[in-house]
Design a protein around this ligand. Structure first.
Ligand code: GLN
Length: 489
């Protein structure tokens, strides 16, 4: 039952073959049985979930479900505020924080009748590429539990891959939906900046952060994105444009659509076997009627350096609110107000978060501002221009998601630069505010390989369409890690 797609589950619920309570219980049981192996959940809320499922069943019994998501279980990254449910951002700083309100995009999914099973593990404050900076310990990759699931939305990806929940939400500031989707063999989409409201999502780097769905396939992502997206007066950067009915055109042929392959992304830095797997996907897309041409993103080598200036700069400012006074962790017996600030922050934040605050504060300081922060902003504009050029020639950009498959837990923890380089192909889309999707392309030595599609502004529908068509003729997205499929429900 847990490997059905969302639409298949919705059909079962509608026909009365199973109730939302049964479906919800099935997934809760799976979490209890299997999550000890991977640590993908930091909070599970069975009572609340079963209550929501009962309400969904009630509505289903009227015979006219209001949303295709009614009664379907989901879990949210622990960065999203959920009223009455712990929301820790996987930091000691917020380890016992329960928000009094719910993030807009989560609320929209609640309104549609989705059943929240719990909150998923992540890197502390979404800073990381491996889920190893979580205060609650690393999450493991279900394909091989010695490996990382990717980060920062590692729990969200691992839980879907292990079949513990049909779909999750994630957030992506520099790749945190796409990297874990690639490492765990699932589909995820980071929408255009402003497409999904950021209200109620703990801020990391406000000009880059964007929420999106992670699921077993592109169709399920389309269903969820349609519901999560839309204007929100509470987020000043939220786009006030109508949300398309994404699933409507997913079955159209791909004929005539043009793919661009950025030269810079297919260089020696990319593992050759991964390159080969990606080229098989490109061949399949050609067979489906797409044309392929080479394009260039001349400033792409600057993405990592400027991302790791801008994101820490914004983080240092956003994280200033955690001062031990208003909310969050407070140190014991402070001797003075200064001691309270200093020790609360020193004890409440982990190493990676502190590293970002130090870098961010430095690049914003008067002596460094012009040389780093301002220059990085200028380069960001050049990167946007590169994409404008590319999208005057092609419909979408096809790229790797990551230079390698998942790496071993512990392998990169002491080497921040090599950790940062995992984001080499993903940060460009955030810097240019563009939508980008990752879906499975194959396997290398037993671990999933993902491809990435980057689209023009608000062109999520093209990415979902291409990925969906590809998933009609390939079955990588239907392969699952063996150790989680002993029991069939
Ligand atoms: N890995 C990147 C970072 O550590 C991206 C994180 C994210 O997208 N939230 O900043």
């Amino acid at each position: 039952m847990h490997r059905l797609t969302i639409s298949e589950m919705a059909r079962m619920l509608k026909q009365g073959d199973c109730s939302s309570v049964e479906l919800t219980q099935h997934f809760l049981d799976r979490i209890e049985t299997y999550d000890t192996k991977i640590n993908s959940f930091v909070t599970v809320c069975p009572e609340q979930a079963l209550r929501a499922a009962e309400a969904a069943d009630q509505q289903l019994s009227t015979g006219s479900p209001t949303s295709p998501l009614l009664g379907i279980p989901i879990a949210h990254k622990d960065l999203f505020s959920t009223e009455g449910v712990l929301t820790t951002s996987c930091s000691k700083m917020l380890a016992n924080y329960t928000p009094p309100y719910t993030a807009t995009c989560v609320e929209k999914l609640n309104q549609a009748g989705m059943v929240m099973l719990g909150k998923t593990n992540m890197d502390e404050f979404a800073m990381g590429s491996s889920n190893e900076t979580s205060y609650f310990g690393p999450c493991c990759n279900p394909w091989n539990t010695e490996y990382v699931p990717g980060g920062s939305s590692g729990g969200s990806a691992a839980a879907v891959a292990a079949g513990l929940v049909p779909a999750t939400t994630g957030t992506d500031t520099g790749g945190s939906i796409r990297l874990p989707a690639a490492y765990c063999g699932i589909t995820g989409i980071k929408p255009t900046y402003g497409r999904v409201s950021r209200w109620g999502m703990t801020a990391f780097a406000s000009s880059l952060d964007q929420a999106g769905p992670m699921a077993q396939n592109a169709y399920d992502c389309a269903l969820i994105l349609e519901t999560m997206a839309g204007h929100d007066a509470q987020d000043a950067t939220s786009l006030n444009t109508p949300v398309p009915h994404y699933i409507k055109d997913l079955n159209q042929p791909l004929e005539g659509l043009r793919i661009g392959l950025p030269e810079e992304f297919f260089s020696d830095q990319l593992n050759p076997e991964i390159n080969q797997i990606l080229h098989q996907t490109i061949e399949t897309l050609k067979e489906l009627g797409m044309s392929v041409q080479s394009v260039t993103l001349p400033n792409s080598a600057l993405c990592i350096p400027i991302y790791y200036i801008l994101a820490p700069a914004e983080a240092s400012s956003n994280l200033a609110r955690f001062d031990g006074v208003r909310y969050g962790y407070r140190c014991k017996d402070p001797a003075s107000i200064e001691d309270l600030y200093i020790r609360s922050r020193a004890e409440g934040f982990g190493d990676e978060v502190k590293r970002r605050i130090i870098v961010g504060t430095h690049v914003l300081s008067s002596g460094a501002y012009n040389a780093y922060y301002q220059k990085a902003q200028k380069v960001r504009t050049l990167i946007k221009h590169d994409f404008d050029q590319v999208f005057s020639q092609v419909d979408v950009v096809f790229a790797p998601t990551a230079p390698s498959t998942a790496f071993k837990i512990g392998e990169k923890v002491d080497d921040p630069i090599s950790m940062y380089l995992c984001d080499i192909y993903t940060t460009a889309a955030n810097l240019a505010e563009l939508p980008a999707l990752t879906a499975p392309a194959g396997f290398h030595q037993g671990l999933p390989v993902g491809f990435q599609l980057i689209g023009g502004h608000l062109e999520e529908y093209k990415l979902l369409h291409i990925a969906h068509q590809l998933q009609q003729v390939t079955d990588f997205h239907q392969q699952h890690p063996a150790d989680f499929d002993f029991e069939e429900g």
